[in-house]
Design a binder for this molecule. Structure first.
Ligand SMILES: [Zn+2]
Length: 311
């Protein structure tokens, strides 16, 4: 089914008046090559029977039933599918939405809204390819009160000298200038100490790195072309020496976290970071294409009790 372009909530309400409309939209986006693949774990067979209801399928391989929501964050939910589609719209459209706000917008309880947001967030994945070319890298600390740059430098120093900061989480970011893509993630203390490893895992060796003057980056000089901003602000052939763009992402992230989410526990922080990364990387797409990206990549469902355990 070819649906009309979605630009706002009213378009969603008009385009998907029934469960069948929702399912057909999800199926068209999830199996966007036109080939319906059995989503049951370990199957992946590409032939199925289609039921008359336009919602259900039966795999000709494993003989099990499925629908467009099987093995996704919408599975096992009794909510009307349109509420899920609207939730995806709302999380992508605004700069983040709290569970309290979402519960009001969708007419569901706040715990349900919280659960929906966590499940949707869980489907935001980092770009898997390595970044290359000129890449700005930087890290920041989330939590606590003092966020200015000088404090950040002292934090790095203290981190190196072995002092602990149980209230702060380290978020590491890499911005690829050519494409404007970012990868960012929460690092454990262990990963922070082995940052070179994180970097080589995510950035192609031989690329040009823009860093600040933190001495922890020195060990990267054998693997990358590194320019650090303390060498002055002159222009190199491959661009200016600055980490402004990745820092710009930090301000987005911090404004969003402070403005929308009253408190984010460190255990959930990485999911929020991935939500901001996804929104940032898809910033130039129209809303319906952003939604399609999420629907096409709907991950495995997360169980409610797993979330509660992590809270
Ligand atoms: Zn199957």
């Amino acid at each position: 089914m070819k649906s009309a372009k979605i630009k706002n909530l009213l378009d969603i309400a008009k385009a998907f008046p029934t469960e069948k409309d929702c399912h057909q939209h999800l199926a068209a986006r999830r199996w966007n090559t036109g080939e319906i693949i059995c989503p049951h774990n370990g199957c992946g067979f590409n032939q199925c029977y289609v039921f008359k209801d336009g919602i259900r399928y039966k795999c000709k391989g494993c003989k099990r039933l499925f629908n467009a929501k099987t093995n996704t964050f919408m599975q096992d939910s009794n909510l009307p599918s349109i509420k899920w589609i609207m939730a995806v719209y709302l999380i992508l459209h605004v700069k983040g939405i709290s569970s309290v706000q979402l519960s009001k917008d969708l007419g569901v309880t706040q715990p349900t809204a919280w659960f929906m947001l966590q499940r949707i967030r869980n489907s935001f994945k980092l770009p898997s390819e390595n970044l290359e070319g000129v890449v700005e890298i930087d890290e920041t600390f989330v939590g606590g009160k003092n966020k200015n740059r000088h404090y950040r430098k002292r934090m790095k120093y203290k981190e190196l000298t072995g002092r602990t900061f149980p209230d702060k989480a380290t978020v590491f970011g890499m911005y690829e200038r050519e494409t404007g893509r970012i990868k960012a993630m929460v690092l454990s203390r262990q990963e922070f100490r082995n940052m070179a490893r994180v970097i080589t895992y995510n950035i192609r060796p031989g690329s040009t790195l823009m860093t600040d003057d933190w001495s922890g980056y020195d060990r990267l000089d054998k693997i990358y072309n590194r320019h650090s901003i303390d060498h002055g602000k002159w222009i190199y052939a491959d661009g200016e020496i600055t980490t402004n763009r990745v820092e710009n992402f930090w301000s987005h992230l911090k404004r969003g976290l402070h403005g929308t989410y009253i408190s984010v526990s460190n255990k959930h922080l990485n999911k929020y970071v991935q939500e901001f990364v996804f929104r940032f990387n898809t910033r130039n797409l129209p809303i319906d294409e952003k939604m399609d990206c999420v629907i096409a990549n709907m991950g495995h469902p997360l169980k409610y009790k797993d979330l509660i355990k992590a809270a």
